[in-house]
Design a binder for this molecule. Sequence first.
Ligand code: 4AD
Length: 430
Amino acid sequence: MYTDIDKVFKEGAEGKRVSIRGWVFRQRTSGNLNFLVVRDGTSRIQVAVKKDKVDEKSWKDASEVYIESSVQLTGELKKDERAPGGMEIQVSEFKTVWRGEPFPISKDLSEEFLLDVRHLWLRSRKLTASLKARHHIVNYLREFLNNDGFYEVVPPIITKSECEGGSTLFELDFFGEKAYLSQSGQLYAEALAFSLGKVYAFAPSFRAEKSRTIRHLAEYWHLEPEMIWYGQKENMELQENMVSYVVQKFLKNHTDLLEELERDPKKLENVKAPFPRMDYQDAVAKVNELGGKMEDGDDLGADEEALLTRDYDKPLFVHNFPSKIKAFYMRDDPDKPGTALCSDLLAPEGHGEVIGGSERIWNLEELETKMKVFGLNPKNHAWYVDLRRYGSVQHSGFGLGVERLTKYICGLHHIRDAIPFPRSISRCYP
Ligand code: 4AD
């Protein structure tokens, strides 16, 4: 019976006989002793193979392994303060399952090379830690929404209606007709909210982003809740409660991953609702005051977001952007004409926007007028407009980029390390 390595640490005691299987993470031979570190999906453990304690075949196998050769072994657990995790296996049987070829990844390789061998680089400490973190983050997001009475729904990926403007659309040939990869499941989530109440879509979104940045992907995972009867105030409260829930759960349960990622947990401790709120007009003034350069009517870019969040240790809402720089579906604020009932949630430390949300236009005439102003083809959006014809109600929602949130929680430098196979303007391989 083979045991997962994390269980060996949890349940193992001095002198216990254990069998594990996995891959060689490190290997060093000194005379009649082979020191290896073996990893599996759960953890890593040091193992010692002594020539006089194993048969000839075991010794030969252990001596000839490469990094990432697959192996299985049996031995006795010994306490060892110097070993990672404080335990070592003293091996009695060792078998190489697949020796393979010398692993092509060693130290000091270029980013481009590592991206070319991403399928192998995924086995690195940092990527395994960030991908585990991503798993837990998605799990906590779902848990929060499910506990709050939301239904998970699925939007289509192939669509005819743009949601976030034409400049980042990926076009495709749909049996001779023009169609697009979805930029956002929001419009469909709205239809489903009118059916089920509170819903969330969790699906990939596609953006033909023409520039290379550390926070844009061409394909990312988008969590999009949509809530009937919610105004923008309730929408923002839901967002801050959700982000606080996820960060606090993560801090409580995954100190090991934060350590592995060299992420200082103190930077996240204060991420608790309520989050500060700043009107767009105040944000423009603040950016200029802090030495940035921004005109009224400009959208926030990475530099402005970094300046605005400089003095915060929790995310910041910027709200009421000018309607003309935001999407067509956002409702105008009746109390502040010319601005939308919308907000961006900006993470500190330069991580920037993690959520964009708004109250939706739910009045038929208002929507038709706005679509004209935005020059949208009413034919492609007829079904969406239809939602305002039959039992329309106030509703709001938001979109959260899972990789952006993972980047922030894990303190990653680049968003590509929050997704296994990143897609960007310069990369669609492997
Ligand atoms: O602000 P965005 O474009 O809003 C929407 O798509 C709305 N329809 C969402 C909604 O209300 N249901 O995108 C929402 C979020 C951003 O805040 C960001 O976290 C993420 O999606 N995002 C990206 N993440 C990675 N790469 C990109 N190119 C991204 N573009 C947006």
